[in-house]
Ligand binder design. Structure first.
Ligand code: FHN
Length: 432
């Protein structure tokens, strides 16, 4: 009898815990509109910037070089980014054709790059800079019509209440004070959402570090209570959870898993985003010269759009706040290309037609855009499963009609003689 009673209590507790993690979430009309708008933006700038940038070895430097937390903290004493200009960052994004910025408000080192009142370990109080770059950025973004998302790390390598390295017992770190840590995050998120103008999203990361009760129901609930339109995403590398508004993928297009992050990231029904770095590092890395080419970046963006995902391209600004010229040069060329061809990407949707060997298809209303990123050997491309009647086919950048043939199984577009683009030859199909 006693055993049965204990079993029932156990089951009840499990149900309560499961419910606590999965309380039903109904997004508001504002939130649904924000999701659509987010999908329209297509191209964003990811920024990893923190006191780690000083060491020029990426944002994991404390962990990778086994720097004791108390020594690492000294970096704050000499973080004085006199070259930081919110104006320059926003102009960099705009010139590149990017429509939103996702910036690290706090990374795994636990250092807050904003003026928080709930920890002295922040850029305003702990550095000689004494200014709040996140506020300047939020104001500049609002002025310039660029949307802003804050990256926020759930993982913290330094705080005693997080107790990094502690064994996890029954969903809680054996050391530390989990309630205190959850409360701390809630207080910071409240600051980020209520004090910084125009914030449109929170990009969580680091939850993969431990298998605990993250109190997502409370955290996401709080965010949506403060502002129901805020988009919540979490880079947990899993299928979306209740309360989230978009799903992100790391260093892989949705559906691929070449880097090992997406093995369990089953694609859900939410708006999609994929992130990748401009070289091989997220935070500033002085020795990393594996810069992606213009072509690689345009192809990533186009391939993401064709799979119905936004592309969030990362840079790690230097410790003085400036962006290195290699990034500026490449992105200026990408931006010029986007000025000419962006209408075939912004505001479109993808995935109606599966990716083909020659490229992908995006669409908007009754127009389809076939993006040829690998010109076929044969003098035509075949677009399968086009149901609507095709009325007209041209190059996106020209008005001359191209020959095509529509059959029940798809459309053949003849590509011989067309002037190919250096990065992506776009063919526009008008349907009825
Ligand atoms: O550990 C982080 C890493 O530093 C970086 O922020 C990336 C960005 O997607 N996310 C984590 C690894 O999954």
């Amino acid at each position: 009898m006693m055993i049965k009673k204990l079993l029932v209590i156990g089951m009840l507790l499990c149900t309560i815990k499961a419910n606590a993690q999965t309380a039903a979430y109904t997004p508001t009309a504002d939130n649904l509109a924000a999701r659509q708008n987010f999908e329209d933006l297509k191209f964003g700038l990811f920024i990893h910037w923190g006191i780690y940038s000083e060491l020029g070895a990426g944002e994991w430097v404390m962990n990778e070089k086994n720097i004791p937390y108390n020594s690492y903290k000294r970096l704050a004493d000499f973080f004085n980014p006199q070259g930081f200009s919110a104006h320059d960052w926003v102009q960099f994004a705009k010139k590149a054709g990017m429509k939103y910025i996702t910036v690290t408000a706090r990374h795994h080192d636990g250092f807050s790059m904003f003026g928080t009142k709930v920890s002295p370990y922040n850029i305003v109080d702990a550095t000689p800079y004494h200014k709040d770059p996140m506020m300047e950025l939020a104001q500049e973004c609002e002025k310039e019509g660029i949307e802003l998302h804050f990256y926020y790390s759930l993982l913290d390598w330094g705080r005693a209440d997080y107790a990094y390295g502690s064994p996890i017992v029954n969903g809680l770190p054996a050391k530390g004070d989990w309630d205190s840590y959850i409360g701390f995050m809630k207080a910071q998120l409240t600051e980020l959402i209520t004090k910084y103008p125009g914030v449109k999203g929170i990009w969580f990361d680091g939850g993969w570090e431990r298998d605990v009760n993250w109190h997502y129901d409370e955290i996401y609930g709080l965010i949506h209570k403060l502002n129901p339109a805020i988009l919540v995403g979490n880079n947990h590398h899993l299928a979306p959870k209740e309360g989230e508004d978009f799903q992100m993928f790391e260093k892989d297009l949705p559906g691929n898993n070449t880097t090992g992050f997406s093995g369990k990231s089953e694609i859900g029904k939410l708006p999609l985003e994929t992130c990748e770095t401009i070289n091989n590092s997220w935070g500033f890395n002085i020795t990393d010269r594996s810069f992606k080419s213009v072509s690689q970046i345009i192809h990533y963006l186009v391939n993401a759009a064709g799979r119905n995902a936004n592309f969030l391209l990362n840079i790690g600004p230097m410790p003085n706040g400036k962006i290195q010229p290699e990034f500026t040069d490449t992105m200026a060329v990408v931006g010029t290309w986007m000025q000419k061809n962006g209408a075939s990407i912004y505001g479109t949707r993808g995935n109606a037609i599966a990716p083909q060997s020659w490229g992908v298809v995006t669409y908007k209303n009754k127009t389809m855009y076939a993006h040829i990123t690998a010109m076929p050997q044969l003098p035509y491309i075949f677009i399968p499963k086009v149901k609507a009647k095709v009325l007209k086919v041209t190059l996106f950048t020209g008005s001359e009609n191209l020959k095509f043939k529509q059959q029940p199984e798809g459309v053949f577009v003849y590509t011989n003689g067309i002037k190919a683009d250096a990065y992506d030859t776009i063919i526009q199909l008008t349907t009825n």
